[in-house]
Design a protein around this ligand. Sequence first.
Ligand code: ADP
Length: 428
Amino acid sequence: MARDKMWRREIRLVLLLVAVGVGLGGFFGQPAWGACVALLAVMARWSLQLYSIYVWMEEPTAEPPEAGGVWGLILDNIYQLQRRNREAQLRLETALDYLQDSLAAMRDAAVIVDARENIAWANDSSEFLLGIKFPEDQGRPLVNLIRSPIFQSYFETGDFSNPLRLLPVTEGDRCLHFEIARFGAGDRLIFARDTTENYRLEQMRRDFVANVSHELRTPLTVIKGYVETLQAFPEGQTTVLEQPLKQIGQQTLRMENLVRDLLWLSRIETVETLRKTEPLDVAVLVTEIVSQLKPAYAEREIQTELASGIEVLGDRSELHSALSNLIVNALKYSDQDVRVTWSADDDRARFSVSDKGIGIAKQHIARLTERFYRVDKSRSDDRGGTGLGLAIVKHVAASHQAELLIESELGVGSCFSLSLPVASAPQS
Ligand code: ADP
C-alpha cells in the first residue's frame, strides 16, 4: 500500500541520514557525534513540519502547508477529517435552521428551555400566547414569565405524560393546552396551543344542557302534581285513566331522574375551579350512603367491609354521588346481595362494589362511561336508569385523581372499583 511505502521510505531516510552521520563522524574519529548530528537534523525537520501544521490548524480555512512524505500523509488525513466535520456541521446547521424556521412559522407557541429551566429559544407566537419575547427573554427563568401556579406545579413535578389544560381565570384569558417533551441533556421543548374556541363551544354546550334541564323542571313538577291529584281521586272516578296515569307517572319520574343527572353532570363539569376539597373518611361516607339506600332496597342485603380511618381529599357531594351510583347499579343489575369494601392498597385505597348479577360482555366495558351508553336500554329504563350514572362516576374519578376499574363477566357478575390517592391512613 502507498501509505506503508511512504512510512518505509521515511524510516529508510532516517536510517540513511544516521548512517551518513555515523560515516562522516567516523571520518573525524567521532561516529557517535555524527549519529547525534544526523538525528538532530531529522528532529529539526520534523519540528518544522509540526510547526507549519500547527499554524495551519490555528486557521484551518487557509490553504494547507506544503509537506512531503509521511507528513503530507498526516496533513492529508487531518485535512479530510476537517472537511468532513465542516460538512457535517453545515448539514446540522441547515437542519437546525430548517427546524427553527418551521417552529417559528407555527401558530402554536414553541419554547425551548435549558436544563436550568431558563429560556433558550422561543418562536414568534410565544409572545402573543405566553408573553415570552425572543431574544429579549433569552436566559430568563420560564416560571418567571408563565406565572400560573397550576403551570408552575405541572412544570416542577416533571411528569409530562399527560398534557396540561390551563383554563381561563378571567374573562379575557385564553384556554391553553400545554405539551412538554424532554430532549438533549435536560432540555425541554414546550408547545402551547390556544384552545379558547373549543373551550367556549364546550361551555356553550354545557350551559345549553344545564339551561334546558333547568327549564324542564317546572313543567315536570306541574305534570307530576296533576298526575298525583288525579290518582288521588276516589276509586271509580278515574278507572279509565288508571293505566295512562300510571304510565305518565312512571315517565315523569324517568324524566325527573334524567334532568337531575344532567344538571348534576353539568354542575360537576363547571365547578372544576370551585371544587370544595376536604379530608373525607370514606368508611363514614359509605355507611351513610348504605343507610340512605336501605329503605328503597329493604329486601336486599348490602354487605360492607370498611377499613376505618382512611381519609381521602375530595368534594363530599361529588364522592357521595359517585359511590352511591356504583352501589345503586350493583343493586339494579343483580337480584342477590351486593358487597361493598373499602381498604388500603399501597399508597392508595380501593373502594369496590361487587355483585353476582347479569354481568357485562367484554365488548361493552370500554364504552360504559360514555354518556347515555347502555348495554340493554330497555332493562336500564325498567330499572330507572338514565345512562348517565357511570359518566358521573368517571368525571368524579378524574377530578379526584382516582381510577375506575371495571371487571365483569356476562351472567356471572361485576366488580366496579375506584382506586383513590390516600390523604391520611391510621397509624398501624
Ligand atoms: P344506567 O342509568 O343505565 O344504569 P349507568 O351509566 O349507570 O347508566 O350504566 C351504564 C350501563 O352499564 C348500564 O345501562 C348497564 O347496562 C351497565 N351496568 C352498570 N353497572 C352494572 C352492573 N353492576 N352490572 C351490570 N351492568 C351494569
